[in-house]
Each structure stands twice: as C-alpha cells, then as structure tokens.
Design a protein around this ligand. Structure first.
Ligand code: PDD
Length: 275
C-alpha cells in the first residue's frame, strides 16, 4: 500500500491534507480509479483522457501533462510493490480559505493517490440489484468526487441485501451506483448511451470494443424499467467490478425517496435467464 500527496510518498492516513482544502470542504475535485493487472495500469490512456475531460469540465488547470501523470502512476505502482491493485488518483482545485468562488488568483491543484491490493471479482457468484430512483445531478458524466447520491444508493442497496443499485431516471434503467449497467436481449447487448446522465465507463468502452470484435451487436439505448421482464440477462461493469453478472433485481416499497415505475410482478428475474 502506498499513498501520495503533492510530490511526496506518504502512508495513506498520515494526515497531511490541510483543513482549508477544496476537495475536503466542497468536494471540488475529480478522480479516477485505475486497475493494475500484473503490475501494469490497464487502459491507462483512456483513464487519463477521461480525467482531462473531467478537469476541463469543472475548470481545473491540469497540474501536469498526461505523460507526467502516466509516469507518476507507474512510479506509484513500483513503489507499492503490488501487481494486482487499484489506483485511486484525485485532483482538487487546491487549498485556499473557504469561499464558494474559485481561489483568485488560482492556486495549484492538489494531487493525491493511493495504491492498494485488490482481488479479481471475476469468479464471484452472480449478484442482486436494487432498483431505485437516480437522484444524482445532471452531470453524472463528470467523474467528480461528489458521490453522496452514489454512496447513499449503494448503502441502501446493501442494507436491502443487494450488491448494487439499479438507477432509474425518467423511467429508464441507466446505470448503477459505481458501475455501468448492461442488458442482454435477443443476442444483443443493451446499455444506456453515454450522455450527460451516466459516467462513460472505461470498462463499458472496453466491453463495447470486445463485443465489436466478437460480432455481438451493442445497442446504446435507454431501456424503460417497465421492460425489465423482457431481458435475457443483466450484468454490470466497472474498473473494480470488472464484468459482474446479475441474477436478480429487487424492488422494495420501503426504499426511501423512491417513486418506482410499475414493475409489479417483475420483482425477480430467474437465475436461468441470466447466464
Ligand atoms: N466507479 N458508473 C459510476 C457511477 C462509477 O462510479 C463507475 C466507476 C462506473 C464504471 O466506470 P469505469 O469502468 O471507468 O470504472 C460507472 C469507480 C471504480 C469508483 O468510484 O470506485
């Protein structure tokens, strides 16, 4: 395990983040989670491209070039000594006395990172989703560190015995709390289009590429929640989730703040439909 803060390798909880830090006080920053397989950062270029898009979206000047960032990540992996790891990289607007306005003049962005060992999820048993309303803001495509709706959704799913949330916005099943959502129907893959309402997952992009190579059609379209019973299978994807099959979708009348579409009778997808 290794930590990093503004040029220094540190132990992850050494407490060096200033109190007047905008990520800490406002969630004013962006991040990436990158998977390291066999000591190498997987799909690093795609992660860096997305990180740069996120920085631009919230108007933070990148504190280094993409090449310098890639070098840093490689150094972090070596320093950690891990082969199978998750790399968390965060960039915030910097440290300044608390004020909603951006610091003027601008301050240098703060860069922090951790590298921790992880195990593959691939062999895990199929999981369960809990359907709930997507209460995130309208810019879910930006990978910001503001994740309160996501963590509440995932905790609620966990409390109901599910592995992840199935988020419904405008009647359509678009994403999970920390993964992208996929359906299999009529030998096609269906996933929500990468518009402003979902994070354009790196693993999602990789699966689209794999499907293309395998000749499996992918439809990027929003599947209405009322069509849940028409699907043959469900899976979710993410950097740490990898490709995780789902065999059940729960709906619950007691889930707080949820107004569900009418899914009466569709409470459970049978396991045999989702191979
Ligand atoms: N989460 N959707 C959301 C809301 C996510 O937070 C993530 C990733 C994904 C999948 O994206 P990718 O394939 O690029 O990891 C989709 C990361 C891993 C996290 O917050 O830990």
């Amino acid at each position: 395990i290794v930590g990093y803060y503004n040029g220094q390798f540190v132990t992850p909880n050494s407490g060096i983040v200033p109190l007047d830090e905008r990520g800490h006080q406002f969630g004013d920053g962006v991040y990436e989670v990158i998977r390291c397989y066999g000591g190498r950062a997987f799909l690093l270029d795609w992660h860096l491209d997305r990180l740069w898009m996120s920085l631009q979206a919230i108007r933070i000047a990148p504190p280094f070039t993409k090449d310098e960032c890639a070098t840093l990540i490689e150094r972090l992996i070596v320093e950690s000594g891990e082969l199978e790891a998750s790399i968390y990289l965060q960039i915030t607007r910097g440290s300044a006395i608390r004020n909603h306005l951006f610091p003027n003049p601008a301050v240098k962005a703060n860069v922090s990172a951790t590298v921790r060992p992880v195990a593959s999820q691939i062999a895990k048993e199929p999981g369960t989703l809990l359907m709930m309303a997507d209460e995130r803001w309208a810019n879910a495509w930006i990978k910001t560190i503001n994740l309160l709706p996501n963590i509440l959704a995932k905790q609620t799913a966990h409390d109901m015995g599910a592995d992840e949330a199935l988020l419904v916005r405008d009647g359509a099943m678009i994403e999970s709390a920390s993964s992208n959502l996929w359906f299999v129907r009529d030998n096609q893959l269906i996933t929500a289009p990468a518009d402003r309402y979902i994070l354009n997952g790196i693993t999602r992009r990789f699966v689209i590429q794999l499907a293309d190579r395998l000749g499996i059609p992918v439809r990027e379209t929003k599947l209405p929640a009322k069509d849940l019973a028409t699907v043959d299978g469900i899976f979710i994807t993410g950097t740490l989730t990898e490709v995780f099959p789902i065999h059940r979708v729960l709906t619950h009348p007691d889930v707080p703040y949820v107004s569900l579409p009418d899914v009466t009778g569709l409470q459970q997808l049978s396991a045999d439909k989702c191979q």
